[in-house]
Ligand binder design. Sequence first.
Ligand SMILES: Cc1ncc(COP(=O)(O)O)c(C=O)c1O
Length: 382
Amino acid sequence: MSWSLEPNPLSLAIAQKQKSGAHLLDLTISNPTHISNYPHSQIAAALSAVRDFRYHPDPFGLPGAREGVAGLYRELGLDIPVSRIALAASTSEAYALLFKLLCDPGDEILIPTPSYPLFEYLAALENVRTVPYRLAYDGAWHIDFAHLRRQISDRSRAIVLVNPNNPTGSFLKKWECDTLFALAAEHDLPLISDEVFLHFEFGSDPARVRTLASFPHFLSFSLNGLSKTAAMPQMKLAWIVLNGPAADVERARQRLELLLDTYLSVNTPVQLALPALLEIGDWLRSEIRARTGRNLRTCRQALSPSAAHPLHAEGGWSVILQFPQTRSEEEWIELLLGENVLLQPGYFFDLHGGAYAVASLLPDPEIFAEAMQRIAKLLAIA
Ligand SMILES: Cc1ncc(COP(=O)(O)O)c(C=O)c1O
């Protein structure tokens, strides 16, 4: 663990702002449990309806809970047998399990960049190295396959993709999927597909691939969980769907069973309450979709006359803003903090080659709109 444990300069500046009593318009929040109409009492009712607290440990999770997860895929038109669904306490834990399953110490996994900043930590904690492959932007995001090909080595053990990706909000397209499968097959690399934002699309596009669970011809692992799908990260329940030819899936399943049995980390009450939690999650998802859609429209409108603009986004909970390079990314973030607007710098997500900031689309629409006005105003004078 050779990481710096010191707070970064931005965290220090934020702490100072907060100490001064400033009211920050915080566009970094990604925690859905703080939204104003969060259904606390409905969740309480779902949990208190659990009446049987006997322990029936099952490495893959209780069949009823896995059946609830299978129901989510049925809504997508996919019939997934519960034998292919394994529960874990979080997607982070699912990653750790899959890295244990697929890698020896010193092996490599290929990760997209820009993307979710936790990969480096999750992999290092399993003694696995992350090797980035580029996502390119030219009005839309796509995989830079020439780069991905160059990054594959004899230590590569899996290709990770985040679909839709965080923070770019880009979906894998059908043509990309074909190329990805061909490359993965050529190098015998299973795919790990993080699909936690799968239900959060802006508009629809038939070219998008929403889950690798619909591809039975090649070994892949689809990850998802209550964190985003039901906006309940506090419940600590996620899942892995094993996809692929029966013999490959069975081989992975047997080893995964041993890994899961070693920890048995998913608690029983949340599994028993899962069907009811998923119903509440269904409502929460539509609330969040309405909110993120509204905030995205506000962002596009507010910034259209300015020199900053949002990059093309197809889904997820955030939007990337590109600022003119008349100033550095840090300078823009600092100037905005001076206006009490808090954004995440692009470099947090390995976004390079410009001045970028990432805005969460989850905040209250009034707060979000006020922040966008302040950004537009700052750009008019800066
Ligand atoms: C792409 C992605 N995957 C996984 C997670 C975390 O999920 P969990 O809470 O299930 O570990 C996040 C959280 O922001 C995320 O952005």
